[in-house]
Ligand binder design. Structure first.
Ligand SMILES: O=C(O)c1ccccc1NCC(=O)[C@H](O)[C@H](O)COP(=O)(O)O
Length: 217
């Protein structure tokens, strides 16, 4: 099975095309005003339409209230909602049951107990995204966490790796953690919120070269 690749925080059609051309399986649209990658719901809907069925589209929300969550789902119609705040399993289950969408939950990993507590999302989230702990922003911080925690953890849900990945360290990250999905934002940018087409291509190429099934030589 090939490693899934999510390129997050896209805000232009060109960046979406670059991610798809490079072999990304998922793209992320951030709706969170404090983020340099924030897109309005109107813009997110345009980008979502542009992506079409070529790639799975995840819409990111951070502690959005029920009204905003419903509007975001209705306006953007993503494939996935990625919750990146302190949303509870009950809330995720309610949104998943009502929307029929795939639900992802991002968790900042500090230590072993954080990972142990992640099991409470079983039945509520289809995917956990293990990310670096929040800083000024809850995600897109460009920092990583201690990957050895993941290798030692008995995973109960499908999971992906995020936090400080880039074209130069993703091979090591895959080796150390065995992740089947990797997520990147800052590491494929030339400045906060500005995606770099060459870095997107380099990131995806590094992942594909790691995948034995798709290795070209
Ligand atoms: O990307 C953001 O600006 C962001 C803001 C608020 C919540 C989540 C956000 N991003 C979520 C992602 O899935 C990022 O790809 C993930 O946190 C990894 O980011 P990075 O360390 O910059 O690669």
């Amino acid at each position: 099975m090939t490693t899934q690749i999510k390129i997050c925080g896209l805000s232009t059609e060109a960046a979406i095309d670059a991610a798809i051309d490079a072999g990304a399986t998922h793209v992320g649209l951030v709706h969170f005003e404090k983020s340099p990658r924030h897109v309005s719901l109107e813009r997110a809907a345009e980008l979502r339409k542009h992506a079409g069925t070529r790639v799975k589209v995840a819409l990111l929300l951070v502690n959005a209230d029920p009204r905003l969550t419903g509007k975001a789902i209705g306006d953007v119609r993503p494939d996935i909602i990625q919750f990146h705040g302190s949303e509870t399993p009950d809330w995720l289950k309610l949104v998943g049951d009502n929307s029929g969408l795939e639900i992802w939950k991002a968790l900042g990993v500090r230590d072993k107990p954080t990972l142990a507590r992640s099991a409470r999302y079983a039945g509520a989230a289809a995917m956990l995204l293990f990310d670096a702990p929040a800083k000024a922003l809850p995600g897109g911080t460009g920092t990583s966490f201690d990957w050895s925690l993941l290798a030692e953890h008995e995973h109960q849900l499908p999971w992906g790796l995020a936090g400080g990945l880039d074209p130069d360290n993703v091979t090591q990250a895959l080796t150390d953690t065995g992740a089947k999905l990797v997520d990147v934002s800052s590491g494929v940018e030339s400045a906060p919120g500005v995606k770099d087409v060459d870095r997107i291509a380099a990131f995806c190429q590094a992942v594909r070269e790691f995948d034995p099934q798709t290795r070209s030589s």
